[in-house]
Every structure is written in structure tokens, then in C-alpha cells.
Design a protein around this ligand. Structure first.
Ligand code: FAD
Ligand code: NAI
Length: 466
């Protein structure tokens, strides 16, 4: 029986980053991963393949339509879907192999197989041949991630009714793709297939898209996506889906009840959220229970059982790779005896559509609910010279600051390349910057980042370029 200081169950952004940090700190560490490759959901079937398809489909659409022609570039592209998928797979393989390299570099053992807790400090691992091995560790970190939430009446078969993994590898461009859920996955993967030629209808239970995101910002994104041809049916619920060999017949009705209607699609993507994954983990062997959402609770990454820790999608907080990574660092530093905190108030969120949406901190709706007085500074990309010259003028930068102290409380961006710009405000807000601080800082010209500065100036009505 082999013993380690730390055993990590799950090799996604939570698990692999925890393993690397443990190795850096000189702890003996192994990461147990049942998939045939490291990197978890993020690298294999999440962040990375979706971004590969978003990038490729964005270029395809730009080249196929008015965008290139307007720039004076005349081409007639044709779609090679098999090659688009192949380059995505190659990139993913490169990334997952990269984690294997980092494991070797940091003396992390990869134990291939599915881990199951077997009493305090003990884990049994079953490999794909059915062989079982036993391990012990002083500390065990659960980082088993999440899986798609199923929708009653709409059974995912990954033939015609697909989840995000199916939508990343469709063999053909659907004529009509129906997406259930106007959240991050629905909008990103809906965008991919619309750009490649699908008619896309997004059905959302609520009367708005992207719940939790600043409402004005979400509405602006919805308008842009609708202009591109994505159809939205808000306030609607799907009650049944019947697949056949060449399509799916859907029954939907208003969320509040009312007359049902039917809709035909050739593929249906179910994207109504994800739920923590703890199947076969042997939680009962150590007396751990999940809450009613299937989540393992934590306090400072500790579960209620001494020596068992939990990070990433399987525990509370946003289901994001960078949140899992932050928790990985904090958890291992704590195991190593150092204090370390994750600032849950400053975890950015990005939707990689076109335009992109990026957000950090409080929304207007949250501040209103808290009764906190605030000021808003906005600046449209229409007035930003770089965005204008690139013909990417949709959206705005919005900075929310405390009415009295001017401290930046929230930033909500919708526009070109905002995913790369939100980090500026993450840093600023971590250092408790005021809007005036940002307004006083020189930004390079011409860049879209100038819109961030102008929005900060506008918190006091002092934007100069509008
Ligand atoms: P996971 O990445 O899910 O990894 C958990 C790993 O544990 C898995 O590999 C699983 O096989 C393994 N495992 C589970 N149980 C066991 C066991 N008993 N024994 C051994 N191994 C086990 N987030 C972003 O921040 N940005 C994005 O752009 C983004 N895009 C996404 C796109 C899609 C389509 C999806 C589905 C998700 C996306 N996410 C994105 C979310 C992101 O993928 C997750 O938040 C992140 O992967 C969570 O990391 P994790 O380590 O907690 O879990
Ligand atoms: P989500 O939580 O973002 O959106 C789900 C949507 O489905 C919500 O709008 C919700 O109101 C709606 N919904 C719920 N039940 C419904 C029903 N019965 N009928 C119709 N609509 C219903 O979840 P999503 O898009 O599945 O993504 C899962 C997770 O993956 C998210 O937590 C997200 O953070 C992560 N992710 C992150 C990405 C990024 O950071 N760019 C990209 C993709 C996923």
C-alpha cells in the first residue's frame, strides 16, 4: 500500500493545480484521474474545445459574410467541419499532454483509475482493467467536478438530444438546433452552430437570459445575439422531447402555464446547468453527505471530516475553471500550514460570444437589494476609436462605484475582446481602487481598454470622448 502526504481525486483544473502546487511545496502527492487524459471537463470537454470552436467559427462567419467583404477581402470560404473538429482535438491533446509534463516536472504521480474513499485516510483505485489498488494519505482532496444537470422528459442520448459534450462534436451542421437554457453553454455553443449555418432557437425558463449577470449587460448581449439571428423563447419550458432517427419533436409551454406548442429540431442541446459529481466516491465510508443539490459543503476548503478537503465544481461557488484553480492553491497552502483565502467577491465571469460579455463584482440588482448607494459610469464601444476602426462597436463598459467612497464595486463589459480586459479591473478591485484611480491611469491608444478608463471617468460624468 503506497502512502502520500496528499492524494487528490480528480485531474481537472481543481485537481491538477492542487497537485502541482503540492509538488512545488515538496509534498509527496498523487492525483487520481479515471479519464484517459488529464485536464478534467475544462480541457477535454469544456473551456478549451468550446473556445477552439468559437474561434474557428467566428473566423468562418467573418470570412463568409459582409465583414470580410466590407474590409475589401473577397473570399468564398467553404466549411470543412471534419478539419475544424480535428484541429480542436489536436489542440486539446496538446493541452492534456501539457498537464502530464507539468506532473512530471513537479513530481506528481498520476494514478490512473477511479478513486473511492475507503475510510479515513484511505482510497481504493479501480483501473480500466478492473484492478484495485489501495493508497493512504494524510490529506485527501476531493476535486471530482460536475456533470450536466438532466431535464425530466428530455432524455440526453447524445444522438439527437445532446449535452455540451455532444454539441462539441456534432458530425454535421444542424439545420435547426434547439438549445434549452439561455446560460453560458447555450449561448456559446448556440453561437458556434449558428455561425456555421444552423438556425438556432434558445428556450429559457426565466424571462431573461443569463440569470445572475447584470441585467442591462445581459439584455445588451441578447440584443446582439438576436440581431445575428439567434431566436429566443423566454419564459418557456420544454415538457417533452421525442427523438426520432432524423430529429426531435419538442413540446413547450409558457413557464407560467398555458397553451402548449410543438417545435421540430434536428438536434436539441440541454444546457440548464451542471451539478456536482460524487458518484461512486464512497462518501458514506467516511460519514460525508452531500446537500440537497448534491454538493459537498466546505469551510475554508475543509469538509466536516478532518483530513478531507474539497475544491472546484463539486463544492459551492461558481462552476468556473479559474475558481477551481484559486481554491486549489488556497487548499494546498492551508494543508501546508499557511493561511490562504479565496476572494469569492472577485471571481470574474466571461461569456465568449461575439460580442463577449465579462463581469466582476456586484451587479446593479445586487446593490439595490443590499440598499447600497452607488454611481454608474458607462462608455459605449461606439465611441472608442479602436473598436470603431475595427467595426466592432456593439456594447459598452460599465463601472459601478460606491456613491460615497468611489470604490469600484462592479464592472460589466459587453464588447470586443472584453475577456482579455476584465483582468485589469480584477487587479484594481483587489487593491480596492476607486473609479478615480482608474480614470487617472494612462491607457494605451488606440486600444479598446481606453473604454474602461472612459467609463471610470464617467462615474463622475467626466468621460471626455463622448
Ligand atoms: P472537472 O474539470 O470536472 O474535473 C474533475 C475530474 O475528476 C474529471 O476529469 C473526472 O473524470 C474526475 N473524476 C471524477 N470522479 C472521479 C473519481 N472518483 N476518481 C477519479 N477521477 C474522478 N469554465 C471557465 O472558467 N471558462 C470557460 O470558458 C468554461 N467553459 C466551459 C465550457 C463547457 C462546455 C463546460 C461544460 C464547462 C466550461 N467551464 C468553463 C467550466 C469548467 O470546465 C469547470 O468549472 C472546471 O472544469 C471545474 O474544474 P474541476 O477540477 O472542479 O472539475
Ligand atoms: P447556466 O447556469 O449558465 O445556465 C442555465 C440556464 O438554463 C439558466 O438561464 C436557467 O435559467 C436555464 N434553465 C434552467 N432550467 C431550465 C428549464 N427547465 N428550461 C429552460 N431553461 C432552464 O448553465 P450552463 O449554461 O449549463 O453552464 C453550466 C456551467 O458551466 C455554468 O455554471 C458555467 O459557469 C460553466 N460554463 C462556463 C463557461 C464560461 O465561463 N465561459 C462556458 C460554459 C460553461
Amino acid at each position: 500500500m503506497k502512502s502520500y502526504d496528499v492524494l487528490i481525486i480528480g485531474g481537472g483544473p481543481g485537481g491538477y493545480n492542487a497537485a502541482i502546487r503540492a509538488g512545488q511545496l515538496g509534498l509527496s502527492v498523487a492525483c487520481i484521474e479515471g479519464r484517459s487524459t488529464l485536464g478534467g471537463t475544462c480541457l477535454n470537454v469544456g473551456c478549451m474545445p468550446s473556445k477552439a470552436l468559437l474561434h474557428a467559427s467566428e473566423l468562418y462567419e467573418a470570412a463568409s459574410g459582409a465583414e470580410f467583404a466590407h474590409l475589401g477581402i473577397e473570399v468564398k470560404p467553404s466549411l470543412n467541419l471534419a478539419q475544424m473538429m480535428k484541429q480542436k482535438e489536436e489542440s486539446v491533446t496538446g493541452l492534456t499532454k501539457g498537464i502530464e509534463f507539468l506532473f512530471r516536472k513537479n513530481k506528481v504521480d498520476w494514478i490512473k483509475g477511479w478513486g473511492r474513499l475507503d475510510g479515513a485516510g484511505k482510497v481504493k483505485v479501480t483501473d480500466d482493467q478492473g484492478n484495485v489498488s489501495d493508497y493512504t494519505a494524510k490529506d485527501i482532496v476531493i476535486a471530482t467536478g460536475s456533470e450536466p444537470t438532466p431535464l425530466p422528459g428530455v432524455t440526453i442520448d447524445n444522438q439527437r438530444i445532446i449535452d455540451s459534450t455532444g454539441a462539441l462534436s456534432l458530425p454535421q451542421v444542424p439545420k435547426h438546433l434547439v438549445v434549452i437554457g439561455a446560460g453560458v453553454i447555450g449561448l456559446e455553443l448556440g453561437s458556434v452552430w449558428r455561425r456555421l449555418g444552423s438556425e438556432v432557437t434558445v428556450i429559457e425558463y426565466l424571462d431573461r437570459i443569463c440569470p445572475g449577470i447584470d441585467e442591462e449587460t445581459a439584455k445588451t448581449l441578447q440584443r446582439s445575439l438576436a440581431k445575428q439571428g439567434m431566436a429566443f423563447k423566454l419564459g418557456s419550458k420544454v415538457t417533452q422531447a421525442t427523438p426520432s432517427a432524423d430529429g426531435v419533436s419538442l413540446t413547450l409551454e409558457p413557464a407560467a402555464g398555458g397553451e402548449a406548442q410543438t417545435l421540430q429540431a434536428d438536434y436539441v442541446l440541454v444546457a440548464i446547468g451542471r451539478r456536482p459529481y460524487t458518484e461512486g466516491l464512497g462518501l458514506d465510508s467516511v460519514g460525508l453527505n452531500t446537500d440537497k443539490r448534491g454538493m459537498l459543503e466546505n469551510q475554508g476548503h475543509r469538509t466536516s471530516v478532518p483530513g478531507i478537503w474539497v475544491i472546484g465544481d463539486v463544492t459551492s461557488g461558481p462552476m468556473l475553471a479559474h475558481k477551481a484553480e484559486d481554491e486549489a492553491i488556497a487548499c494546498i497552502e492551508r494543508i501546508h500550514g499557511k493561511p490562504h483565502e479565496v476572494n469569492y467577491g472577485l471571481i470574474p465571469g466571461v461569456i465568449y460570444t461575439k460580442p463577449e460579455l465579462a463581469t466582476v463584482g456586484k451587479t446593479e440588482e445586487q446593490l439595490k437589494a443590499e440598499g447600497r448607494a452607488y454611481k454608474v459610469g458607462k462608455f459605449p464601444f461606439m465611441a472608442n476609436s479602436r473598436a470603431k476602426i475595427n467595426h466592432e462597436t456593439e456594447g459598452f463598459a460599465k463601472v459601478i462605484a460606491d456613491a460615497e467612497t468611489d470604490q469600484v464595486l462592479g464592472v460589466h463589459l459587453v464588447g470586443p475582446s472584453v475577456s482579455e480586459m476584465i483582468g485589469e479591473y480584477c487587479v484594481a478591485m483587489e487593491f480596492a481602487a476607486s473609479a478615480e484611480d482608474i480614470a487617472l491611469i494612462c491607457h494605451p491608444h488606440p486600444t479598446r481598454s481606453e473604454a474602461l478608463r472612459q467609463a471610470a471617468m464617467n462615474v463622475d460624468g467626466m468621460a471626455m470622448q463622448i
